[in-house]
Design a protein around this ligand. Structure first.
Ligand code: SF4
Length: 279
C-alpha cells in the first residue's frame, strides 16, 4: 500500500494548475444551444446502471481525479467531440429500447460530468421518460446551480449513481483537485428529495482504502434512506495511457489495485452502517 505522503506545499503546487484548467468548462456550462457535446456512445453498456444500457459519455469535468480513467473527457470543447441534439440521440435509443427494457436496463448519462450539460441531460431524460425508458445519472455531484433545470433533470431521473470519492476534505483535495463541499451538498440535496441513489466508492490504495475513510463515508450516508446501495470499485490502472496521450503525467504510477481483503474490510465496515454493498 502506498502511503499518503504529499506535503501541504506539494499539495498546493499540485492542485492550482488543475483548478486553473477548469475555467473554460465553468464558462461553457451556461452556453446550451440545444445540443449535447458528446465524447462517445456505448449502445449496450453493462456497468453503468442496472441491466443493459445505452450510455452517453458527455464532455467536460471540473474535477481532476488522480486516477481518472476518462482523462480525455475533461475539456468541454474539443475538436474530437460530436454535437448531437436530443432528437438524434433518441433515434438511436428507440432502436435499442426493446433490448434495454428486456434486461431491466435503460439509458445512462455519464462522462466526464453530465451535470456540466444539465440542460441537455434534462431534455434527453424527459424524452426518455415519455417513452417509459429508465434513466440513470452517473455523476460526481459537482452541481453548480440549484435551479429549475436541475430539478427538472432530477424529476426525470430514475436512479442517481453518485461518486463519493473521499469524505475527508484534505485528502479529497489531493485526490480530486478540488474540495468536496459541492458534492456533499448535492448528496444532502438528493437525500432531502428522497431521490433513489446508489453511491460509488473507488478504493484507491493510500487515499481511500483505510478504515477511517470507510467509517467517514458510512457516517455520512448512514442516515440517508434514499441511498439503496454502495458499489465498491477497486482502483485500476486501465485509463493511465490516456494521460500520456493528453500530454499529462499519470501521478499514480506504482499504485496497484487493492487486494481483495482490503475491499472486503471496507465492505464489512459499510455494512455496519446498514447499507447494501455491491462488490
Ligand atoms: S469525476 Fe470522473 S471524469 Fe471527472 S476527473 Fe474524476 S474520474 Fe475523471
Amino acid at each position: 500500500m502506498q502511503a499518503f505522503t504529499l506535503t501541504p506545499e506539494q499539495q498546493a503546487k499540485d492542485i492550482k494548475p488543475r483548478i486553473r484548467a477548469k475555467a473554460d468548462n465553468a464558462a461553457g456550462h451556461r452556453h446550451y444551444q440545444g445540443k449535447g457535446i458528446v465524447h462517445s456512445i456505448e449502445s449496450c453498456g453493462t456497468v453503468d446502471g442496472p441491466g443493459l444500457r445505452y450510455v452517453l459519455f458527455l464532455q467536460g469535468c471540473l474535477m481532476r481525479c488522480l486516477y481518472c480513467h476518462n482523462r480525455d473527457t475533461w475539456d468541454l470543447h474539443t475538436d474530437k467531440a460530436q454535437e448531437l441534439t436530443v432528437g438524434q440521440v433518441m433515434k438511436q435509443v428507440m432502436a435499442y429500447r426493446h433490448y434495454l427494457r428486456a434486461t431491466g436496463g435503460g439509458v445512462t448519462a455519464t462522462g466526464g460530468e453530465p451535470l456540466l450539460q444539465y440542460e441537455f441531460v434534462r431534455d434527453w431524460f424527459t424524452a426518455c421518460r415519455e417513452h417509459d425508458i429508465h434513466t440513470c445519472l452517473d455523476t460526481n455531484g459537482y452541481a453548480l446551480h440549484y435551479d429549475s433545470i436541475l430539478d427538472g433533470l432530477l424529476d426525470h431521473t430514475n436512479l442517481v449513481m453518485l461518486d463519493l470519492k473521499q469524505i475527508d476534505p484534505d485528502i479529497h483535495k489531493v485526490l480530486v483537485g478540488i474540495p468536496n463541499t459541492k458534492t456533499l451538498n448535492f448528496a444532502r440535496y438528493l437525500s432531502e428529495r428522497k431521490q433513489p441513489a446508489r453511491v460509488r466508492y473507488v478504493i484507491v490504495p493510500g487515499y481511500t482504502d483505510d478504515e477511517r475513510s470507510a467509517n467517514l463515508l458510512g457516517e455520512f450516508i448512514g442516515g440517508m434512506e434514499n441511498i439503496e446501495t454502495v458499489e465498491l470499485l477497486p482502483y485500476h490502472e486501465l485509463g493511465a495511457h490516456k494521460w500520456a496521450l493528453c500530454g499529462d503525467e499519470y501521478k499514480l504510477t506504482g499504485v496497484h489495485p487493492p487486494p481483495k481483503e482490503t475491499v472486503l474490510k471496507i465492505k464489512k465496515i459499510l455494512e455496519g452502517y446498514g447499507k447494501n454493498i455491491i462488490y
